[in-house]
Design a protein around this ligand. Structure first.
Ligand code: UD1
Length: 363
């Protein structure tokens, strides 16, 4: 079997790592196409080297742009590659503009498309990721769903016969890296300057358009982080840095110490060393859950509702509205004692994905 993966943004590289390993272990051919949506080394190269992913076979070098420009540029650049490779499967990952572009290019060339992490829904149609997920699921031939909830969403949209529950490949990579971090304890590399890892700290990230693009919203979220009585290691995505600068919002104040995004193993070590996580990232909500740290999510909804059970994750759309005491109590709450179960599978999802793809190759 020949699989062509289209990836481009940081979370896709994390998911690519176990898939690349499972395809190699199964003796399958795997062509990796990097769209170039993320181009900073912090968001791209360190994931290839850190997670042992083979270098991309093709780099489209598309870069940043408005949604239409970025999505269209990926599609235009992909056409000749897909025509030349004619893989058995085009595999697209998650919910970025690169995901949608890969799916649409492939279906238009009548190439079979599989969507990894299918069926997630926020039901918030203002999010670019929600457009990307819904459109990709409806374009794809095979929907690889991480959870029972995702399977229910797909069934509700009439897509049950194309859907398979595989478990979540992020569990594969997160647990493997956790074990290697715990086997060699030491300093947490890359924490922002000014964070004392011997004292309690929270890991924070903020990058979604709905939180970064409106100056009043971004200013109030940073105010709330700054007011916390524990250190806040704010691992700043370039989008956050760019928007904060454009809006004249200072990130380094009060409890907040901004730093660069971390490579995957350093992020796992940072979360394991922390008291908890405050984020708007989907991946980090789940990593906190898997690493047994309480998470506070700065959004009105989550695509990973399983993390909410037992209070492991709490949604706080507007920390400023909670009042300082309640906000502090929520963000710094101890880890719940309730068992989390294994809603995301057993850490062998990538093997299942490779097997399902191989079984369903069109003759
Ligand atoms: C994208 C995904 C989002 C995902 C996130 C993970 C879409 C619509 N959004 O958001 O779902 O959670 O990736 O990180 O696809 N920039 C750089 N260097 C880079 C990349 C981006 O400086 O390597 C800056 C630029 O200012 C750019 C901005 O970040 O304009 C936004 O980048 P973009 O790729 O549009 O979306 P992300 O916010 O990264």
């Amino acid at each position: 079997m020949k699989v062509l993966s289209v990836v481009g943004a940081r979370p896709q590289l994390v998911k690519l790592a176990p898939i690349a390993a499972a395809l190699a272990a199964g003796g399958h051919r795997h062509v990796i196409v990097h769209t170039g949506q993320h181009y900073d080394a912090d968001l791209s190269d360190v994931f290839f080297s850190g997670l042992g992913i083979p270098d991309p076979d093709v780099h489209l070098g598309v870069g940043s742009g408005s949604h239409g420009v970025q999505t269209g540029a990926v599609m235009a650049a992909l056409d000749p590659i897909l025509e030349m490779e004619r893989p058995d499967w085009v595999l697209v990952y998650g919910d970025t503009n690169s995901t949608l572009a890969g799916a649409v290019s492939a279906v238009k060339l009548h190439l079979p498309v599989a969507h990894l992490e299918a069926g997630l829904r926020s039901f918030n149609r203002r999010m670019p990721e929600e457009h990307n997920r819904v459109l990709t699921d409806h374009a794809a031939d095979l929907l690889l769903a991480p959870t029972d909830e995702a399977m229910r969403h797909l069934a509700a949209e009439g897509l049950a016969d194309r859907s398979v529950r595989t478990g979540d490949v992020m569990v594969d990579v997160c647990l493997r890296v956790r074990d290697s971090v715990l086997a060699a304890p030491g300093d947490v590399p890359g924490l922002p300057e000014g964070i004392d890892p011997e004292r309690p700290y929270l890991v924070a990230t903020l990058h979604r358009a709905e939180n970064t693009d409106d100056p009043a919203r971004l200013g109030s979220l940073v105010d709330s982080l700054a007011d916390l009585p524990v250190q806040v290691a704010l691992l700043a995505h370039p989008r956050l840095v760019a928007r904060a600068e454009a809006h004249g919002i200072k990130l380094e104040r009060g409890a907040v110490r901004p730093g660069r995004p971390l490579p995957y193993a350093a992020m796992v070590a940072a979360v394991l060393g922390s008291q908890g996580v405050v984020t708007d990232s989907g991946g980090l909500q789940k990593e906190a859950f898997l690493l047994e740290r309480p998470c506070t999510t700065l959004r009105t909804e989550t695509e990973w509702p399983e993390t909410l059970a037992g209070g492991w994750n709490e949604l706080v759309p507007d920390p400023g509205a909670l009042g300082s005491a309640r906000w502090t109590a929520t963000a710094t709450r101890p880890a719940p004692t309730v068992s989390r179960g294994t809603p995301y599978g057993d850490g062998r999802a990538a093997e299942t994905v490779a097997a399902v793809l191989a079984e369903r190759v069109r003759g």
